[in-house]
Design a protein around this ligand. Structure first.
Ligand code: NDP
Length: 461
């Protein structure tokens, strides 16, 4: 038996990598982990966590306005971007510290350096040039914003990475893309007082979500004052005296302070030594893995966004836990990517689990669709014109709830809870038997007694 420096070496200190390293170390394995930037990865350092803090900050403008309807007089308010960045940076540093502490407490060896594969069992630590060997290697290097270098003037644009560290809050911004990041940041910037335009190539934003929510969110965003240009793409960006001039396919030139590209992400696999080690990647550069997260090399695994699966933090963590079960607990466990509840932290929020109406209609011959659209209670006094949408998609054959979709305040929180009954295979009758919690918005989910409409063989009836 050859002897190795480590039982496990993890490349990448994000959600998946840290979880895998920490739990393996706590099981008594000799573990090393290398991170070239900051421990915590995209989620903690420049993704989910700072984004959510920004979302909270951006909601105050509406809170102040709404307060009047409840009898409050709020004095003149102002917003200080630098203060927000400072507070956010402090919190992110605290969380990064916790990630490191967790690894340290478990006795994993932490390396602050880029690491690259030399062969299937050898990793080179670039800072010192040292090489180490490991019996098992995990690649968890995540992804980064796609820069779209073919776009003339791409270098003048920012991505979500820079959005977290802008020196000044721009007066106006154009955000390209219609996915999670574009939509969330459009709402953040608008809430902070930035004149915001979203440009998206498709017919409607958030292409993978239920059509009612997409349309409802689009309308709500436009009503707030966010400009949304669909069926259009940026064709070039150039610097002019008063900002950045943007050309678009539909020839709608506009000038803004900042252009942000949110056009998907690219896996971090370049120059990682994958070829030298024999690890195969797909056309997008993502590491190809089997159902146990094993790469084309039997002792090398890959977790999270560096693989071409679902780009979500909890998914990377789940994949890491399955890796631990499979490799260190003699319990081969496949990550379960079915029925993942997810939220878009737009304003209003989207919370969803299971099939959209469109996808369900392709899969099942008959559906019952329960749909409620209503004004949330808070809006009655605040006077804000906003609508909540709740939808349950039920397979008529066995009455199982196969999709649940919500647009409105706290939809993300509700999606987490709905994830349990939908995953458990609960039927609409189970929902009907459940007593409502009153007065809440979510009681609507258990009080929609008759279908709003049915879909038979793909047709609404
Ligand atoms: P998404 O895949 O959500 O969206 C990418 C967007 O860019 C889509 O609207 C896509 O259009 C568009 N696009 C892609 N290529 C082009 C192109 N060449 N020209 C014009 N438009 C283009 O990616 P994001 O970057 O927003 O987010 C990355 C991932 O991160 C998400 O998939 C999600 O899993 C995760 N994430 C999760 C969050 C959460 O849980 N709340 C928050 C942020 C990110 P089309 O739809 O037509 O393909």
């Amino acid at each position: 038996m050859p002897s190795f420096d480590f039982d496990l070496f993890v490349i990448g200190g994000g959600s998946g990598g840290v979880r895998g390293a920490r739990v393996a170390a706590s099981l008594g394995k000799k573990v090393g982990i290398a991170e070239e930037y900051r421990y915590g990865g995209t989620c903690v350092i420049r993704g989910c966590v700072p984004k959510k803090l920004f979302v909270y900050a951006s909601q105050y403008s509406e809170h102040f306005e709404d307060a009047a309807g409840f009898g409050w007089t709020v004095g003149e308010s102002s917003f200080d971007w630098k203060k927000l960045i400072e507070a956010k940076d402090k919190e992110i540093a605290r969380l990064e510290g916790l990630y490191r502490k967790g690894l340290d407490n478990a006795k994993a060896e932490i390396f602050d350096t880029r690491a690259e594969l030399v062969d299937a069992h050898t990793v080179k630590l670039l800072k010192t040039g040292q090489t180490v060997t490991a019996k098992t290697i995990v690649i968890a290097t995540g992804g980064r914003p796609n820069l779209h270098t073919a776009l003339p003037g791409y270098e003048l644009c920012i991505s979500s990475n820079e959005a977290f560290h802008l020196k000044e809050l721009p007066k106006s911004i154009l955000i390209a893309g219609g996915g999670y990041i574009a939509v969330e940041f459009a709402n953040i910037f608008h809430g902070l007082g930035v004149e915001t335009t979203l440009i998206y190539r498709g017919a409607e934003i958030l292409s993978r979500f239920d059509h009612d929510l997409r349309k409802g969110l689009h309308e709500a965003m436009e009503e707030k004052g966010i400009r949304i240009l669909c069926h259009d793409i940026i064709t070039g960006v150039e610097k002019v005296e008063n900002g950045l001039k943007v050309r678009t396919k539909n020839d709608k030139p506009l000038t803004v302070d900042t252009v942000m590209l949110a056009l998907g992400r690219t896996p971090n696999t370049e120059n990682l030594g994958l070829e030298a080690a024999g690890v195969a990647t797909n056309e997008q550069g993502a590491v190809i893995v089997d159902e146990y997260s094993r790469t084309s090399v039997s002792n090398i695994y890959a977790l999270g966004d560096v693989t071409d699966r679902v780009q979500l933090t909890p998914v990377a963590i789940h994949e890491a836990m399955c890796f631990i079960e499979t490799v260190y607990k003699n319990n081969p466990t496949r990550p379960d990517h079915e029925l993942i509840a997810t939220a878009v932290f737009s304003q209003p929020e989207i919370g969803t689990v299971g099939l959209t109406e469109e996808d369900a209609a392709k899969r099942y011959p008959e559906l019952e669709v329960y749909r409620a659209q209503f004004r949330p209670m808070k809006a009655t006094l605040s006077g804000r014109s906003e609508k909540m949408i709740m939808k349950l998609i039920v397979n008529a054959a066995d009455r199982k709830v196969i999709g649940a979709h919500i647009l409105g305040h706290d939809a993300g929180e509700m999606a987490q809870l709905l994830g349990v009954p939908v995953k458990a295979g609960c039927t609409k009758d189970d929902f009907d038997r459940t007593m409502a919690v009153h007065p809440t918005a979510s009681e609507e989910l258990v009080t929609m007694y008759s279908p709003s409409y049915r879909i038979r063989n793909g047709e609404r009836v």
